[in-house]
Design a protein around this ligand. Structure first.
Ligand code: 2HG
Ligand code: ZN
Length: 462
């Protein structure tokens, strides 16, 4: 431990776990971006809220930067500690604190995984409907810090919709109790929503009260093969018109190629350029009829070239794996990631322009498109060509991102739909937010973190 004051911290906070051996520094200093070399000062693993407050106060008094840390499954570098920061890991604070059947809320500590939340909600006959592939590793605190989205936003909205209350330890060590589970509370600024999506720059979430929903209805999962990008939104509109869509996800043949190379099972004998996984509620015979009618409508117009309807849960899970396995199947290529959004109505025009732009700029690159088109959210992963140096690759991708950001700006979109800004997208924040907005955000950050110790360097500079 190099910082002389760390010993003081250890002595003054009995029960605080502090780690500094190289394997731990490496493990806690990085997220899924893998672009920066981890170099934290140490890792603090508090056991309760008081310890979090004490660590933050110590950091303020000693001018030590803090990186709040959940499951570190982020893709924008928001949880990277590469500059001697103290990582404040919430991993030990991972319990369910309570369930209220009248309020239909679950109160949890921030280090609990999304999957454990799903299981706890199901144990009470209810559901927490935010969901995505990293569910087994990501934490609720991190989900809140990035306002995580995922595969069911189409039906249920982002994390923001499901937070009835949260407790935040600010950059001064103050504990704020925000929202307090009230359904109605018209008493001024809702500071809870400032904390959601703040990427650890305003404080550390130390407790959350989550709203729960009715258990999901029985659903049907369908995989469709599409001949062109142009018909994607037509298929979406047709399915949504006739059915209660729970999810509508798309991916390209390149994405499927990588998933299959990683052990997936080919869904069709032919290869098609585009695919959609759609899940919808099945509330009886009328939905069966509507599903078949929608399928027929799409095939008659040649919007759909082939399709498979899951026969049972195992096949539904298998179809979902083709979509949910994409990120993992690409990981070994250390892809450059884009996570962009436009209004759903702007999607067709944006898609056409973005496709032309990326085709022109990346002629020799493997570019993998997938995402939540029903929310206007696309993931574009660019794979490094063999033989190209890592720094040259990132440099090239950043030039293209500048052009993509301009295109997004013309279509009123965002450079980060659901992964956050972190370090990766910081240069392009002004393409999504006006200078006046960023100045307001700076002011808010100064109030909640006057010493500038909470995740400095992330989101925007002071
Ligand atoms: C998903 O939708 C995640 O699967 C990850 O947001 C996206 O790897 C990505 O680019
Ligand atoms: Zn996503």
């Amino acid at each position: 431990m190099t910082h002389p004051q760390l010993e003081v911290l250890r002595r003054n906070i009995p029960g605080l776990r502090l780690e500094a051996d190289p394997a731990e520094l490496e493990h806690y200093g990085r997220d899924w971006t893998r672009r920066w070399t981890p170099a934290p000062l140490a890792i603090a693993l508090p056991a309760d809220v008081e310890q979090v407050q004490a660590v933050v106060r110590w950091a303020g008094a000693n001018s030590v930067a803090i990186v709040p840390s959940g499951g570190r499954t982020g893709l924008s570098g928001g949880a990277v500690a590469a500059n001697g920061e103290l990582v404040l890991s919430l991993a030990r604070m991972n319990r369910v604190l309570g369930f209220d059947p009248i309020d239909r809320t679950l109160t949890v500590q921030p280090g609990i995984t999304l999957q454990a939340v799903h299981e706890a909600a199901a144990g009470h006959g209810l559901a927490y409907p935010v969901d995505f592939a990293a569910r087994g590793s990501c934490s609720i605190g991190g989900n809140i810090a990035t306002n995580a989205g995922g595969i069911r936003v189409l039906r249920h909205g982002n994390t923001r919709e499901w937070i009835a209350g949260l407790k935040l330890v600010t950059g001064t060590g103050e504990l704020l109790d925000l929202g307090r589970g009230l359904v109605k509370n018209s008493s001024g600024y809702d500071l809870r929503h400032l904390a959601i999506g703040s990427e650890g720059t305003l404080g550390v979430v130390v407790e959350a009260t989550l709203k729960l929903a009715d258990p999901p209805p029985p659903t049907q999962v369908m995989l469709l093969a599409l001949p062109s990008f142009g018909v994607l939104m037509e298929v979406f509109a047709e399915l949504r018109r006739r059915l209660r869509l729970e999810a509508f996800e798309f991916f390209t043949d390149r994405a499927l190629h990588h998933v299959l190379a990683h052990g997936g099972q080919a869904p069709f004998s032919d290869v098609h350029p585009y695919y959609v996984v759609a899940e919808f509620a099945m509330r009886g015979e009328a939905d069966e009829v509507a599903m078949l009618a929608a399928f027929e409508h799409c095939t008659e117009r040649a919007w759909v070239a082939d399709g498979v309807i899951a026969q049972g849960e195992a096949q539904a899970a298998q179809l979902w794996r083709l979509r949910e396995g994409i990120t993992e199947s690409l990981a070994r290529h250390a892809p450059y990631k884009n996570d962009v959004s436009v209004r759903v109505s702007a999607m067709p025009a944006f898609l056409a322009e973005a496709q032309a732009l990326l085709g022109r700029e990346y002629p020799e690159f493997d570019v993998v498109w997938f995402g939540h088109v029903g929310d206007g959210n696309l993931h574009i992963n660019v794979l490094r060509p063999g033989g190209m140096d890592g720094a040259e690759f990132v440099g090239r991708c950043e030039q293209v991102t500048r052009l993509l950001a301009e295109t997004l700006q013309r279509h009123g979109g965002s450079i980060s739909a659901e992964h956050g800004i972190g370090l990766v997208k910081k240069p392009w924040l002004p393409s999504t937010r006006s200078e006046a907005e960023i100045e307001v955000m700076r002011g808010i950050r100064r109030v909640l973190d006057p010493r500038g110790i909470m995740n400095p360097g992330k989101l925007f500079d002071p």
